[in-house]
Design a protein around this ligand. Structure first.
Ligand code: HEM
Length: 105
């Protein structure tokens, strides 16, 4: 039996994520209003406990490098209708993401 936390729902909880629909990356930076221990337990993206994702640090490092390289080399533009989210085991966009990657040089 597949049992899975409702991670998307957790991110919608106003108590921990005021204005959950807004893009506010500062939610995750050090020194913001959310307490560190609440931040750590407010979502289960990586699972929790003895069987939590063993590749977490590796995946975070990869994402950090990937996003840094993209932003260094491209300006991203999106000029289409708002994108919704659909649950397909993990959350996926409800339409193709037609993001334009415009080279910076
Ligand atoms: C964005 C990327 C990733 C996400 C969101 C993710 C998420 C998860 C989650 C939710 C679990 C289940 C935790 C639980 O049962 O409580 C898991 C398990 C696991 N993940 Fe990841 N993972 C990611 C990337 C990776 C990578 C890159 C690796 C390996 C290099 C990896 C290796 C594993 C392994 C081996 C387990 C099983 C751990 C166990 O059962 O003891 N994951 N992951």
């Amino acid at each position: 039996t597949h049992v899975q936390g409702h991670v998307y729902g957790m991110f919608q909880d106003e108590k921990y994520f005021p204005e959950p629909e807004k893009f506010k990356p500062e939610r995750w930076t050090k020194g913001t209003a959310m307490k560190q221990e609440v931040k750590a337990m407010s979502n289960l993206v990586w699972g929790h406990g003895a069987r939590m994702c063993i590749g977490r640090r590796f995946a975070e490092q990869e994402l950090h490098i990937l996003l840094t390289k993209i932003v260094q080399n491209f300006r991203l533009e999106y000029n289409h209708s708002p994108v919704g989210a659909v649950l397909n085991t993990v959350m996926t966009p409800d339409q193709p993401l037609r993001i334009s990657f415009i080279p910076r040089n």
